[in-house]
Design a protein around this ligand. Sequence first.
Ligand SMILES: Nc1ncnc2c1ncn2[C@@H]1O[C@H](COP(=O)(O)OP(=O)(O)OP(=O)(O)O)[C@@H](O)[C@H]1O
Length: 267
Amino acid sequence: MLEISHLTKRYGHDEPVLKGLDLRVEDNSVVAIVGASGAGKSTMLRCINRLVEPTSGSIILNGMELVALRGGALRRARRKIGMVFQGFNLIDRLTVMENVLAGRLGYVSLYQAISRRFPQTDIERAFTLMERVGIAQYANKRADELSGGERQRVGVVRALMQEPELLLADEPTASLDPRTSEQIMMLLQSLASELSLPVLINIHNVAQAKTYTERIVGLRHGKMIFDGAPDDFNEEALDAIYGGIEAPDDATTESPTASREVGHDAI
Ligand SMILES: Nc1ncnc2c1ncn2[C@@H]1O[C@H](COP(=O)(O)OP(=O)(O)OP(=O)(O)O)[C@@H](O)[C@H]1O
């Protein structure tokens, strides 16, 4: 379980971009974080994995306070937090298998990493996960020979190789076509339930958030102003979060094929 309390982040002397966020996410739970550009969504995810230092507050993952950690303890805690990126963050010239095994780098020795001598159990786990997400046949292909959807599956498997206790996804579908986006959202949803993994997804596409997650958290200017079920995410909530900016007609309707975005592009 992830428990965030009074999380505040201020960059330099600017106005805080996160203003006392409280959020509790159970295992298996897929939560969409929505909000206009600059609302603080990425900052929130990056505070959780400590890529950004929180100014104050508490972030507890399965009983461990992450904010207090330093050095080796922080590195060990970070391997328990998988991250999936908008741009996939793969190493193009490496094979799919090599990219996937990069998820084990926090666990193997420097020698094993440099000589690429990963334990057999890691390789078996990699194949099991690649089969699960449908990319095992590409194990020896270079990452840059894959389509966007396949590349994102590699990114998901790499994150799962960390044996994470929490999965963070920062706009995981923003670089993908609508159909592939939906497949990736469905994959994240089913993996959360199969692996009992809490998943937080920053997403601009409100229709997809409503269809593929069970809870929506809406940020505005660093404050949480909506936290509820997709069915309760109505025009009023949309207006509160996006400040009256006109949303696409289908933004509040559940639609497996809806793909229009609210946020960046609409603003
Ligand atoms: N490293 C930084 N230094 C200073 N200000 C920053 C930094 N990173 C983000 N900010 C500011 O913090 C605010 C929140 O940014 P953040 O990227 O978290 O928003 P977001 O909701 O993820 O936006 P987007 O949807 O555009 O990615 C913005 O005003 C941004 O300019």
